[in-house]
Ligand binder design. Structure first.
Ligand code: SIN
Ligand code: CO
Length: 385
C-alpha cells in the first residue's frame, strides 16, 4: 500500500489509526496551513435559509440553552443577541462541491464510515455546550478562535441536564483545554466529552463527522432485508421430533435450530455484503430528489462516446462503496442500490469508489459497464459536466 499523505503532521496516518482513531483525542497545530475555506459566514447563513438544508441555532443565556431548527428567515439573524450563539449547518459538502476538497484528506477512512461535513459559525462565547457524540469527528478551525475543553468518557447513563433541548453534561470538568486558531485541527473519538467555546466574534469550525450503525440498527436492518425476501413457507420445522417429558420445555435442539436459521443467512456472504453495502450507502437525506431532469439510455451514452471522452463526477451527496466477492467479482453500492460487476467491469466499480472523477473512453468499457453507468446517472449518483 502506498504511503498516505498525512494531515497529522509528523504522525503518519498509520500511527494515527493505530494509536488515536476511536481511542484518544489528538490536537494537530497547523494541520491545514493553506486552507481556503469554501464557505464563509455569509454563505453559511444563506444555506441556513434554504428549505432542504438541515441547520440549527443554539443560543446560550447563562445556564439556559435554546435550540432553534432551520430553515431560518433573515429576520432570525437580525434578532440574534450580540454574543453566545452559534449557527450549525449539516452536510455542507452536499451543497458546496468545493468543500469536498477538504474531505479528500480523510479518504484513508472507508467511504461508508463518513457522514458529513458540518460547518458552524459562532459569535463570542458561542458553542453547543459540553456534550459527547457517538461518532468520531475532526474539528478544523477555519477562522477566529475557539477554546476546546476535552475530557472524560460518557454514555447514555451519564448525568445530563434533563431540562434542556440540547445535551449538556452537568458539572463539566475538562481534562485538557486548547485554543484552536485557523488551520488547527482536533480529533475527538466517540463518547469523549468536549466543549467548544468561541473566543472571537467570527469563529468558524468545520466538523468532518463519521458514523457507525448501532448494533440495534444493524440487527433490525439485516433481518428486515432478509425477511422481505422469504416466503411464509420458510419456517421452523421438526420432523422426527423426540418425545419430551414436560411439554413446557423448550429443548436445546429448538435453540440450535434457531441458531442454525440465523447462521444460514449470516453465512451467505453475497447476501450479507449486499445488505451491508446497501444499508451503509443509503442516502443521508433520502427524500432529496437527486435524479437528473432527463434520463439517458445506453444508446445515448454510446452515441456520446463516439463524439469524445466523457468526464463523470460522483455526485457530492452520493455514497459509493464496493465489496470484492471474488477476484473478478465485485458488488458496487451507490446510494442504497447494488450492482453486480464481473471481469473488467470491476475496474469501473473500484475507480468510481476511489476517484471523484473518472474519464470514460469509447471502447474501454463493456456494455455491462456502460449499463451500470446509465443506471448510476439516472439515479443521480454520478453526473456529467
Ligand atoms: C461546533 O460547534 O462547531 C462543533 C460542535 C460539536 O462539538 O460537535
Ligand atoms: Co460534538
Amino acid at each position: 500500500m502506498t504511503q498516505q499523505p498525512s494531515p497529522f503532521g509528523d504522525i503518519s496516518v498509520e500511527t494515527f489509526l493505530k494509536e488515536y482513531w476511536q481511542k484518544k483525542p489528538l490536537l494537530i497545530r497547523n494541520a491545514f496551513p493553506d486552507l481556503e475555506p469554501p464557505v464563509g459566514p455569509d454563505e453559511l447563513a444563506g444555506l441556513a435559509c434554504e428549505q432542504d438544508v438541515e441547520s440549527r441555532l443554539v443560543i446560550q443565556n447563562q445556564d439556559n440553552w435554546e435550540l432553534k431548527h432551520g430553515p431560518f428567515g433573515e429576520e432570525t439573524f437580525a434578532e440574534l443577541p450580540e454574543n453566545n450563539w452559534t449557527l450549525l449547518v449539516q452536510a455542507v459538502d452536499h451543497w458546496v462541491p468545493e468543500a469536498n476538497e477538504i474531505l479528500e484528506q480523510f479518504r484513508f477512512i472507508p467511504n461508508w464510515r463518513y457522514d458529513d461535513l458540518m460547518v458552524s459559525f459562532a459569535s463570542q462565547g458561542g458553542g453547543v455546550g459540553p456534550h459527547y457524540d457517538n461518532y468520531d469527528v475532526f474539528l478544523i478551525q477555519t477562522q477566529g478562535k475557539r477554546r476546546w475543553e476535552v475530557g472524560g468518557f460518557f454514555d447514555q447513563n451519564s448525568p445530563r441536564r434533563p431540562d434542556l433541548p440540547v445535551m449538556i453534561i452537568p458539572d463539566w470538568e475538562p481534562e485538557n483545554t486548547w485554543i484552536l486558531e485557523p488551520g488547527d485541527m482536533l480529533y475527538i473519538p466517540p463518547q469523549v466529552g468536549h466543549n467548544g467555546v468561541s473566543e472571537s466574534d467570527d469563529c468558524m469550525t468545520y466538523s468532518v463527522g463519521f458514523r457507525a450503525p448501532s448494533h440495534a440498527e444493524i440487527l433490525r436492518s439485516f433481518t428486515d432485508f432478509v425477511g422481505e425476501k422469504l416466503t411464509s413457507e420458510s419456517r421452523y420445522t421438526d420432523p422426527g421430533m423426540d418425545l419430551q417429558d414436560n411439554p413446557g420445555q423448550i429443548g436445546p435442539e429448538a435453540l440450535q435450530q434457531v441458531r442454525d436459521i440465523f447462521n444460514r443467512y449470516l453465512n451467505d456472504e453475497s447476501q450479507l455484503a449486499t445488505w451491508l453495502g446497501q444499508y451503509v450507502t443509503d442516502p443521508k437525506y433520502p427524500d432529496l430528489d437527486q435524479e437528473p431532469e432527463d434520463e439517458i439510455s445506453l444508446e445515448q451514452i454510446q452515441g456520446a462516446l463516439e463524439d469524445g471522452d466523457l468526464l463523470l463526477t460522483r455526485n457530492e451527496g452520493s455514497r459509493l462503496s464496493y465489496y470484492q466477492l471474488a477476484d473478478d467479482k465485485v458488488i458496487l453500492f451507490a446510494d442504497g442500490t447494488s450492482f453486480e460487476c464481473e471481469g473488467a467491469t470491476c475496474t469501473l466499480a473500484t475507480s468510481l469508489c476511489q476517484n471523484v472523477n473518472i474519464v470514460i473512453n469509447q471502447g474501454d468499457w463493456s456494455d455491462q459497464a456502460l449499463q451500470i453507468l446509465v443506471s448510476l446517472f439516472n439515479q443521480g449518483s454520478v453526473y456529467c459536466e
